[in-house]
Write a protein that binds this ligand. Structure first.
Ligand code: NAP
Length: 304
């Protein structure tokens, strides 16, 4: 696959696939690369209820429709890990399987879940610890689970888990949630959700390599909560790609872009959760992706 493309898009989440759909419809030779499966974070969302046109849609179903749409447009996908990028006039993208060339690249690399940093967190991954309720929730049917965090992800996924698990405990460090009011109202009504405000998890307890409980501290008082599953939703960190000009990233690893969604490297664009911005939503990712495609089209037409 040592080919030259007009545009190589890195990341097959909603931002990357939207960019590719627009570019393909403009008539460009475009490739999408992802080291995992298509859909990115969409695959990890139980229900989406704030994407216009869908009152409710499951995240993995949305991912499937996006991928199907791209495949119908005959957009090629390469499932391989990007190891290195050179950003000269012709961009060189080295993956674990191929070396590719492109006039432009689009970094739609998204974010990964943040870790709590507790002892046993890594060892118990898949044995009680999870960062994805949609993927692992069904293993906890009629069991007791806990969710840590107070943002839209934690509260949205706690709601999804409450439809499966016997009890859901939300552990949050503050006395209020930053999630949207609509979601908070729903969890307050759920009969099997128990909220532990001003609480932090101090340790994870296991038996035979499987999570059995968590210890929490609430205003100086220590408690133990029996827990079969702990779902960690304490925010996301951007994914870093090995690129020859790392100054396109800020100190936190986010990409800076101008109003055309171009980084300071000519022909290197970015969109979605990987960029520095105020609002991280599916709808904003789609808007940014559209701007990327439009900007690339304009630059190509002007031949700049
Ligand atoms: P987030 O909004 O950054 O929330 C992270 C939560 O984790 C906060 O409540 C934070 O507490 C807590 N937290 C952070 N570090 C912690 C630690 N070390 N220990 C314990 N708690 C910790 O992250 P998110 O919920 O993943 O959402 C990310 C972005 O995606 C947001 O912009 C969100 O609006 C968006 N999103 C939207 C939807 C939707 O529209 N349906 C769904 C999911 C995500 P504090 O509150 O004390 O800071």
């Amino acid at each position: 696959m040592n080919q030259k493309y007009d545009v190589v898009v890195i990341g097959a989440g909603i931002a990357g696939i939207t960019t590719a759909i627009y570019l393909k419809r403009y008539g460009y030779h475009v490739l999408v690369i992802d080291k995992n499966y298509p859909g990115g974070q969409l695959n990890k969302i139980g229900f989406i209820e704030n994407y216009p046109g869908f009152e409710q849609i499951k995240g993995p179903d949305f991912a499937f429709h996006l991928y199907e749409q791209a495949k119908r447009l005959e957009i090629p996908f390469l499932f391989s890990s990007v190891e290195k990028i050179e950003t000269k006039a012709v961009k060189v993208i080295e993956t674990s399987s191929d070396i590719l060339y492109a006039d432009c690249i689009v970094l739609a690399t998204g974010r990964n879940p943040r870790k709590l940093g507790l002892e046993l967190e890594e060892e118990l991954l898949g044995r009680g610890i999870s960062y994805c309720a949609t993927c692992d929730g069904p293993f906890f049917k009629d069991k007791i689970v806990s969710v840590v965090g107070g943002g839209n992800s934690a509260i949205g996924e706690a709601l999804y888990l409450s439809s499966l698990a016997k009890e859901v405990h939300i552990i949050h460090r503050r006395d209020f949630f930053r999630a949207s009011k609509h979601l908070i109202q729903k969890i307050e009504k759920a009969p099997n959700i128990y909220i532990h405000y001003e609480s932090s998890i101090t340790s994870l307890e296991q038996t035979n390599g499987v999570l059995t409980s968590i210890k929490i501290e609430q205003k100086g008082i220590n408690k133990v909560i029996s827990t079969d599953g702990l779902f960690i939703y304490i925010g996301m960190d951007p994914v870093f790609i090995n690129i020859d000009d790392s100054s396109i990233y800020d100190a936190d690893g986010f990409l800076f872009v101008d109003e055309n969604m171009e980084t300071k490297r000519k022909g290197v664009y970015a969109c979605g959760d990987a960029i520095k911005k105020e609002v991280y939503q599916l709808t904003t990712a789609v808007g940014e992706a559209t701007t990327v495609a439009f900007s690339i089209h304009q630059a190509k037409q002007k031949n700049v």
